[in-house]
Design a protein. Structure first.
Ligand code: ADP
Ligand code: MG
Length: 255
């Protein structure tokens, strides 16, 4: 069965897009068929995948608002395919208000092609608005990247409550896949404290893999590449390859 992973956290700058792009590459390298859906008007996952945001004929906006044919929106790539996004998506939430069943637009589109993929990764925007709602309604589970900082746990409570509401009302299937510690600085004692609290509150949900703060990871997007494509041997790349193993293994154990 296709696993649809929403990569979500309403906080910006916690490593959602970096995780989406690198996990897509890692799973692709390991022989999985992967589709990455960019749900952020900033289109960072799109440009990190080597696509030019301004030159796209159709994007996820057309998929959601104009009922475009998803097969024509998908861009084929070496390790993974992409449903791209650009600034057109910024107006979509307002336009969606007019549409009936506005929370299942993405889910219905993905149904058409999901059998072609092992994993579909959704790079959610930094908010809990209608676009994220579409992502969480379509998803089988949620991967939450977290930077282990002071307010991280507070934000997590809001996200967990949103997921609970979605489980009750829209998507019985949804569960938290895992919490991923990102941009991690081992020298910082606060990071260690927050990280320990995470493991206490969410036992069995925190990935063993920790993504360290790593300059190669930050450099890669300006080359239109994932960190793994840019420098496979960097610490950041190794972490994302390990994460892919952890996710594949977990799935094998579950069924
Ligand atoms: P989000 O999608 O949650 O807003 P991003 O993935 O765009 O977060 O990451 C925010 C910034 O941090 C980007 O500039 C990105 O390149 C950088 N970054 C992400 N992960 C790492 C890492 N492990 N080490 C160093 N920089 C990182
Ligand atoms: Mg992002």
């Amino acid at each position: 069965m296709t696993k649809i992973l929403a990569i979500s956290n309403q906080k910006g700058g916690v490593g959602k897009t970096t995780t989406a792009v690198n996990l897509s590459t890692a799973l692709g390298l390991k022989g999985k068929k992967v589709l990455l859906v960019d749900l952020d008007p900033q289109g960072n996952a799109t440009s990190s995948s080597g696509l030019e945001k301004t030159k796209l004929k159709s994007t996820v906006y057309d998929l959601l608002i104009n009922d475009a044919d998803i097969k024509e929106v998908v861009k084929k790539g070496k390790y993974y395919d992409v449903v791209p996004a650009n600034q057109h998506l910024a107006g979509a939430e307002i336009e969606m208000i007019q549409i009936k069943q506005r929370e299942v637009l993405l889910k219905n589109q993905l149904k058409i092609i999901q059998q072609d993929y092992d994993y579909i990764l959704l790079d959610c925007p930094p908010s809990l608005g209608l676009i994220t709602l579409n992502g969480l309604t379509a998803a089988t589970s949620v991967l939450i990247p977290m930077q282990c900082e002071y307010f991280a746990l507070e934000g997590l409570t809001d996200l967990v409550n949103t997921i609970k509401k979605i489980k009750t009302n829209m998507n019985k299937e949804i569960q938290i896949e895992g919490l991923l510690r990102t941009i991690y600085d081992r020298r910082n004692t606060l990071s260690k404290e927050v990280s320990d609290q995470l493991s206490t509150y969410f036992p069995n949900k925190v990935y063993k893999t920790i993504v360290p703060r790593n300059v190669r990871v930050a450099e890669a997007p300006s080359h239109g590449l994932s960190a793994i494509q840019f420098d496979k041997h960097s610490k950041g790349s190794k972490a994302y390859l390990e994460l892919a193993d952890e996710i594949i293994k977990k799935e094998a154990n579950n069924g």
